[in-house]
Design a protein around this ligand. Sequence first.
Ligand code: F0G
Length: 453
Amino acid sequence: MRLPLYKNVTVEEIRLISRSARLRRLENADFNPFMLHSKDIAIDLLTDSGTGALSKPQRSAKEKGDNTYCGSTSWRNLELAARRVLGFPYVIPVAQGRVAEHVADFVMIKKGSIVPGNAHFDTTKANIEVMGGIPVDCTISEAYATEPLFPFKGNIDLEKLEMILKKNSRRIPYVLTTVTCNQVGGQPVSMENIKETSGLCKKYGVRFFLDIARFAENAYFIKKREKGFSRRGIAGIAKEMLSHAEGAMMSAKKDALNQTGGLILLRDEDLYLKLQPYGVLFSGGIQYGAMSGEAMETLAVGLGEGVQDRYVEQRISQAEYLGKLFRNIKVPFLEPIGGHGIFVNAGVWLPHIPWDHFPGHALNCALYLSDAIRAVEVGSLLENRDPKTRQNRRAHWELLRLAIPHRLYDERHLDYVAEAFQRLSTKRSSICGVEFIYETYPMRHFTSKFKLV
Ligand code: F0G
């Protein structure tokens, strides 16, 4: 048996409320699990974003938090750590990843701009669209096929990208590669693909950006699956990945192991000077960007902890462990396993629920009702409506994502989750789909209300 990487220093008790209480909570939440209270949830796999445990070094770094409005020492510590770990000279702090997107898009996107990339995350897509831009998904077709088990399903289709660049380079403010690619199951992008995308962008004079929310997990997969990297450390691979991009947008709440925060990272001083005032306007001053001194200190430490080999290996092994349990009980999920969790193929598991009754969301409600576990739909509900036609967009798959928070749970929690699925599997034909009774725009996941169909 592998030696566990952590011992628990601070603990929080998990309580299990009764099934009838769970039904009442779900009804009060209008069948939207986003509206449930944490005290009513036993295992929360909604997200790995800001939900992990802090380390002792992070907790003690909090004590150094300097909340001076301008010239804070905590900002200086964070800026130096970001330059050291990520390798960009210019750093703009923001509240979180989506604010980085908004600041960058506000300056760079005009009506009719095109932003090609691998599959954009939902806030990334919505930020581009509200500025009048058009996100274009150039992920390789293997990403959307259950077979074969291609090792880098987050890769960009370079031929498709070149066709778009050839025709429209003037309308493209930047090309964006998201590592790992959340929208296609946390799938990684190879170093070769990052390099070649960067080369194409240079050829057509277009900027190349990375979304680096889960950059350390991507570096892990390069180490394990790409030729020539097996002896390298995660930190060095990550830095090499980032060296191919002119800029990056980062949610600091995932692989940087922080509870909050985000960064815009740049090499071009002119662009940095253009974006900075909008960072001030939309997020906060140039030396805190909406993060407290404490949050900047924990982030400075988290950036370094998040690229340690032992840590990243332990993290991915949890997703692999849950995947193995699911294979044993024949729950279908996206393979190969991506970085931050397991994406159950609810559309396949619940074939009686049509896509526009959102099988992933229906399974989420059923899972909460049966065992007080919460996850999140990644399917046609998340895909949202077309901004022009207002028609529901059909996703490639109807998934339920079980995201594993950083350092929070161990294998026993994952055993409980697999057992819950095993119990559900005999009753799954009785799980009902859902319909809107109230739908919000532009983000409909969080605040819409549903009824069972
Ligand atoms: N990019 C990616 C790839 C993301 O997964 C997220 C957030 C963001 C950008 C936005 O960052 O939350 O800091 O504003 N993903 C979370 C999730 C919410 O659950 O996957 P944020």
